[in-house]
Design a binder for this molecule. Sequence first.
Ligand code: ADP
Ligand code: MG
Length: 440
Amino acid sequence: MTKKLTFNELNLSKDILKAVADMGFEEASPIQSEAIPVILQGKDIIGQAMTGSGKTAAFGIPVIEAIDPKQRFPQALILCPIRELAIQVAGEINKLSKYKAPLAALPIYGGQPIERQMQALRKGPSIIIGTPGRVLDHINRGTLNLKNIKIAVLDEADEMLDMGFRDDIEAILRNTPTTRQTLLFSATMPAAIIHLARAYLKDPHTIRVAHEKLTVPAIEQIYFEIESFKKLDLFTRLIDLHDPALSIVFCNTKRRVDDLVSDLQARGYAAEAIHGDLTQQKRNKVMERFRRKEVDILVATDVAARGIDVSDVEAVFNFEIPQDEESYVHRIGRTGRAGKSGKAFSLVSGGEMYRFRDIKRYTKAVMTRLPVPSFQEVEEVKINKLLTTIRKVIGEKKLEQYTPVIESLLKDDVTSLDVAATLLKMYMQATTTSKKAARR
Ligand code: ADP
Ligand code: MG
């Protein structure tokens, strides 16, 4: 049963309702509708829902309600697996808290100078959002005191365990009062998560947004059966055909990510890699350029892309089929964010077919198999787009500067039609070898 409430039905303070309205949220998502009332009652919870389902506000809103901004010390702690996520969560919480407690949330993470964080911590922010390693570092230095923590949140707990943060998380929680309320969010529920919950949560209430609801319906899921060595060609055709504003392309290994980026750059596409081997600085730079649309194809591994929330991603590509079904769901959740429409394309080779069938069964999603678009189809689409542009530019007039140039070419046996066709041919040739480069 999908329960969806309006925010007015959730007994929230006026300040939060105003902030939520500013953010343009119309109604609470299923996980928010179910989790917020239980958290407000002070209960521990285990929340399971897909990426993009609005978990941040599900815990962020009750956390903001719980803090007293006049008290200048940390009252809530949120642990996230990666820096990008800590920054994102802090950003979302600061938007939600802007009327009640402006700038209540402080993100702390590795990679940023520790002195700057120590300075910010001295001001006594109410809500700390951090990656486990850096949080523990501050505890050990005595620059972060958790003795007044009322609520602790483990966001993307499965991911944190996968990254080897288990000991750090336990050490951090031991530094918080046992009277605290604990909220654990995880996309999957492996045994390690259940153990963690048993050890640190008190009589938790489990909230699970069922699998049927996990697949975001706004996302059209398409797949192609294609031999491995033809994937690059198919991918570039799909990009040319659909011309998505921003795309994320997934590969299963860092190596494959790097190789694909080189191949794409060689063909003139504005593609960049994002994976765990890059320095934090490089990753930030890539993400910034992606947000600014200077890079329009982000090639990523699962972990690197996890939690990234860029709203204009129009297409997700599974260049390789992921190892498990849940990764598939996470990947396609990178598009269609916040109710926008998106498309997910999977390029399935013979050897991947078996795994892909499992994914189809698990997600119960409608996946449409399409034939590989032909070169002619791609050409046709490109020509049609060009014709539209030409009509528009003709409509704008202002061609005086160029008409004499063309006139100078005209002879008895060279008509203006010939000149126009020549220009079109040259354009098509240029854009076939270096498509995106020519567009820029
Ligand atoms: P999750 O943590 O479950 O992956 P997020 O909390 O990052 O999801 O939310 C995904 C996106 O949806 C964010 O851009 C967020 O601002 C937006 N969002 C969250 N709640 C709502 C809502 N009730 N209505 C509309 N958009 C929402
Ligand atoms: Mg999240």
